[in-house]
Design a protein around this ligand. Sequence first.
Ligand code: ZN
Length: 271
Amino acid sequence: MLRGSYARPDRCANPANKLFSNNTYLSGRRNKIHDKNAKLVSDVENLVSVEACLGTEDSCIDFTHGEKPLRFEVLSVLQQLKDAASQHGYDIAVASGYRSFAQQLHIWNAKAKGERPVLDSEEREIARELMSPGDIMFAILRWSALPGASRHHWGTDFDIYDRAAMPPDYSLQLTVAETQAGGVFASMYQWLDTFLQSNSLGFYRPYARDTGGIAPEPWHMSYQPLAVHYQHVLNIDVLARQIQATDIVFKREILQNLDEIYHRFVLPPIS
Ligand SMILES: [Zn+2]
């Protein structure tokens, strides 16, 4: 179902409408919301469709209540995280939320065709004229997910920064340097590290460390109680079918290397 449609399938209509119809999301009764959320999460258990997992169906995504589109349930818990951070002077903002398969495909094809730069692990542009299509494909995967395999397709994952620490005219980069000692967002990340250890609200950072696949992304947050269900739906066969049916650059290289791609870049670490 496409964005903007008012008809929603039953699997997310009732919980979401309940959550927002009595305006509790905006009213500040957030402890209650968290309790409700546990119920909502159990309601959607085992109801994640293959299409929602691949980002080709977005009926459970809320495009109107948050800074960026996310699943209904995630928005309410995110507000609790924002409230906790604001007590320490941080203004957690979302740089990127839900992203559709079509959007990810556009990014992928632009990089694969050389219309957008492809960076190496040191964030330098690769010399693509010296590289094979397969090598370019793996270089793209270091920084960009294979369409269909992005956690941003799920509406459970999002990228954050501290809006309160942004100097005027600062252009957000989402680099590791911004998050580390001396970086513009270092203080918020220090607080976040401690917060996630003590009261995570269900959030965790799947790409906090370099595991040799996707480059570290400390800004990438995931709402695990929901994300885990998408994780169970996503497998190599689902991905292979979707790539087969898609007009994607490097299709042959992707399908030839799908096993390695899946195990290095898709299987998300669970912490
Ligand atoms: Zn991200």
